[in-house]
Design a protein around this ligand. Structure first.
Ligand SMILES: Nc1nc2c(ncn2[C@@H]2O[C@H](COP(=O)(O)OP(=O)(O)OP(=O)(O)O)[C@@H](O)[C@H]2O)c(=O)[nH]1
Ligand SMILES: [Mg+2]
Length: 291
């Protein structure tokens, strides 16, 4: 067991990822701007180090998506951090009735130097942006929001988008949806754990009870009162273990099997579902200074 209480290493580089990366490389020459989407709850875990080399000559935007599920102060800190690193950056919520206008204008503004070059030659050019990021961060949902349609397929699990797809946003702006890409290797189990929390790693390649137990431990320090008010039968003790937290959830929900054994597997799935749907607490697991 490592220091995160995770026994089994998370395997997060399924075969289709390598193919997806080759596809991104091939399409680079078609695009002007890269919109990198990160989940605002774990922006560090979401960043793919491969992207540095891959996109070094492109205009780059970071979109801090799912800002409705993360801590407001952390959103501010991350916005500052990415902007200090030279990115155009925007806190965003891709679901619901929020405005699309600021995202469209951010992309158009970032692409302005390219548009100007063409304008000076008397040519009107369509700006082409590639939307990239790890699985499940909301790439397709973001594109649908900007397009005002349901053209891109979305879903509450990783690996929904399997191929690229161009979607027209306006006569002068097109976005390319891409499949989620994960890091090639796993060397930081803390970041891996965060990716599991936010649903970027398929639940069937990890031990859900271990992940949910670790999530409960983190929530008990980051969002203590929200956690206990949602699952009132959790033991209020600082030294409570992940297993005991999970049992507390099972107890709170009456998940008890024959013989009085707690159904901790069902409790684990409930915790992950409820956390991912934003029902437990708005927390961010990483801050820029953690680097
Ligand atoms: N709360 C909240 N949920 C969001 C937001 N954006 C996307 N989602 C949800 O996140 C889930 C994943 O969205 P997708 O758009 O399919 O994610 P993706 O990045 O395209 O995923 P892959 O194609 O699997 O790589 C869906 O259930 C969306 O409804 C957001 O800003 N806030
Ligand atoms: Mg998608």
């Amino acid at each position: 067991m490592d220091e995160n209480g995770i026994k089994s290493a998370i395997n997060w580089y399924p075969g289709h990822m390598a193919k997806a990366k080759r596809m991104l490389e091939e399409d680079l020459k078609l695009i002007d701007v890269v919109v990198e989407i990160v989940d605002a709850r774990a922006p560090m875990a979401c960043r793919n180090p491969d992207f540095e080399a891959l996109f070094k000559n492109k205009i780059r935007i970071v979109l801090l998506n799912k800002a409705d599920l993360s801590s407001k102060e952390a959103n501010k800190a991350w916005t500052r951090h990415f902007s200090d690193e030279g990115y155009s950056v925007l806190e965003y919520v891709s679901i619901g009735s929020g405005s699309r206008k600021n995202a469209v204008s951010l992309i158009e503004k970032a692409g302005e130097p390219i548009l100007k070059k063409y304008r000076d030659k008397g040519v009107s050019k369509t700006l082409r942006a590639m939307v990239v990021g790890i699985p499940n961060v909301g790439k397709s949902t973001f594109i649908n929001k900007l397009a005002g349609t349901g053209k891109a397929l979305t879903g509450d699990k990783p690996g929904v988008t399997r191929g690229k797809q161009w979607v027209k946003i306006s006569p002068y702006l097109e976005l390319m949806d891409t499949p989620g890409l994960l890091w090639a290797k796993l060397d930081d189990q803390t970041l891996a754990k965060h990716l599991a929390y936010i649903g970027s790693i398929r639940d069937d390649v990890m031990n859900v009870e271990e992940i949910a137990g670790a999530l409960l431990s983190d929530l008990s320090s980051l969002a203590h009162s929200e956690l206990y008010s949602r699952y009132p039968k959790i033991t209020q003790d600082e030294a409570v273990s992940p297993e005991e937290l999970l049992e507390g959830v099972a107890k709170s929900r009456g998940f008890i099997l024959k013989g009085g054994v707690y159904d901790t597997e069902r409790a684990a799935r409930i915790v992950l579902d409820e956390y991912r749907a934003g029902k437990i607490a708005k927390v961010t697991f990483e801050l820029p200074d953690d680097e």
